[in-house]
Design a protein around this ligand. Structure first.
Ligand code: PEP
Ligand code: MN
Length: 270
């Protein structure tokens, strides 16, 4: 961590009125350079090679989801705790922070120290007991906006974590359900501006679950950077067509590299 970032962290901790810097392992969210968190939707058996390949693009942190909230119970539900050794190997080989979705407090306990941050998915944003438990655990939380949550409901959900003494929260806009069926969700970039006005928390954008189609992900990611997002959460896979989950929206490593460059360019313009 640079001396400048260290000083910014100290200032942010001492002053509640400026953008809070949230540290997730070696990654700092909310600073002058937007971060990029990427990787396959779910951890698959070939995760180590996939993660190494994504890491090579120059990202700041990896998606590392073992527990998946799938719409149908017959769908792949994630490898679960049996895949913890894959996370350990990836952490050791890439040195990158890992962020993993939790559906229940038991998932967070199973992940323990194997990951650097917990993701609360759109379907779980209203689970106040989970939010409170994550507040007690005190580890960084990436809180997605619910499928049909207003901006105020999303920020209120973040308060369930913060009131238990954990301010290490990053908000993530991932599109909301509207009358428009041509995209998976409708990306609400207004929410980035408004959430950043209403809270001191950093706000990142997930263009993958908004678009549902890899062709639209790069442009939406750039739009998010243009409105001042503090980072991106992107589904990426070395062989997108072979991804076990959310294959249609996964970008490849060349496209991911372009997005990493876009974050550097965005930082220069801020
Ligand atoms: C995910 O990030 O894979 C995910 C399930 O996203 P969301 O909760 O936004 O649907
Ligand atoms: Mn997904």
């Amino acid at each position: 961590m640079s001396e400048e970032t260290r000083q910014l962290l100290q200032i942010s901790e001492a002053n509640p009125h400026i953008r809070r810097l949230v540290r997730i392992g070696s990654m700092v969210v909310g600073g002058s350079r937007p971060v990029i968190i990427a990787g396959p939707c779910a951890v698959e058996p070939a995760y180590v090679e996939q993660a190494m390949s994504c890491a090579g693009a120059g990202i700041d942190a990896l998606r590392a989801c073992l527990f998946k909230p799938r719409t149908h119970p017959d769908s792949f539900q994630g490898l679960g705790a049996a895949a913890l050794p894959l996370l350990a190997e990836v952490r050791q080989r890439t040195g990158l922070p890992l962020i993993s979705e939790v559906l229940a407090v038991e998932d967070a306990e199973a992940l323990g120290e194997s990951v650097d941050g917990f993701q609360v998915g759109a379907r779980s944003m209203h689970n106040v007991r989970l939010l409170e438990a994550l507040g007690e655990l005190g580890r960084p939380v990436l809180l997605k906006r619910g499928l049909a949550a207003t901006i105020d409901e999303w920020i209120a959900a973040s308060e369930y974590i913060r009131r238990r003494g954990n301010d290490e929260v990053v908000l993530c806009e991932r599109g909301i359900r509207t009358f428009e069926p041509r995209t998976r969700n409708t990306l609400d970039l207004n929410a980035v501006l408004i959430a950043r006005e209403l809270t001191d928390l950093p706000v990142i954008v997930d263009p993958s679950h908004a678009a549902g189609n890899r062709d639209w992900v790069p442009a939406l990611a750039r739009a998010a950077l243009a409105v001042g997002a503090d980072g991106l959460l992107v589904e990426a896979h070395p062989a997108p067509a072979l991804a076990w989950t959310d294959s249609a929206q996964a970008i490849d490593v060349a496209e991911l590299t372009e997005l990493v460059i876009a974050t550097v360019v965005a930082a220069a313009g801020r």
